[in-house]
Ligand binder design. Sequence first.
Ligand code: ADP
Ligand code: ASP
Ligand code: MG
Length: 283
Amino acid sequence: MLVLKFGGTSLANAERVRNAHQIVKQRGGKNPVVVCSAVSGITNKLIALSSEGSVEEIIPIHDKIISELGLPVGLLLPLYQELRAAVERLRKEQSKESLDVVQSFGERFSVRIMEAYFKSQGEQAKAYDAFDVGMLTDDRFGAANPLKEHADQIKKHLNRLDHIAIVTGYIGKTKDGRVTTLSRGGSDFTASLIGAALDAEEIQIWTDVNGMLSTDPKVVPSAKTIDSISFQEAAELATFGAKVMHPKSIQPALDTIQAIQEPSSSRKAGKKAGSRASPRERA
Ligand code: ADP
Ligand code: ASP
Ligand code: MG
């Protein structure tokens, strides 16, 4: 089983969503888990809502994608209503907790668009909010960490499904049901946690550049794609600011591989995985 993660630019408009669907069809194998970020720029806009801007600027961005994909116009109406209420609460409370609730809508919108589009293309697919499928975290709002129970819980909900699961990146819930976020760029971390929990053969991170490069190509256009990179080197690049991969996303994948290499572990051996990460590919 594979996990494929699509970042914001890979879901930024109708054409990108169609492209993501093609990638899942061609590269996802049978019933993969697809992890989605919010549409590009939306998380920033949601954060800004604590003091400025309006939900009414965020709605048309999604409705345009929905209409260009030929999906029902009212697809996200109930969630828009929920978001309006969450923003009202945020403006009153100005708390990290209410900000996480507001932020969670970015990913909750995008998985529902993906589900509807995948279904319109004849796929068996279902959208899930990560907090409904076991992504339990502590209560560090804005930078939450998974609780140790998360892996068993995710396995319970997402193992061996008979359809494509499309899951929100970035968000979780505390044990007592409060919404959290995993820190900016955290959808990579979600993909990695789900991949490790499900013993996935691969975690594929699809984004807007062809792999991990020697440096940020937006800053240094001559940056070169790295053919293969050790987990250690990838973690270092990520920790020192290579936005291409969230720094916390390396460890869960590495833990899985180390468990495979140690026969005393309870995990099954013989999984197709190496000690070097594959390069990322452009979506
Ligand atoms: P996504 O929305 O898919 O998660 P991000 O914007 O978070 O994508 O990460 C991809 C971006 O990371 C690239 O567009 C690139 O500008 C930037 N980046 C920074 N450092 C690197 C690096 N060493 N290799 C590749 N991309 C990098
Ligand atoms: N949407 C979140 C962010 O912009 C998470 C992510 O994109 O990985 O930070
Ligand atoms: Mg990112």
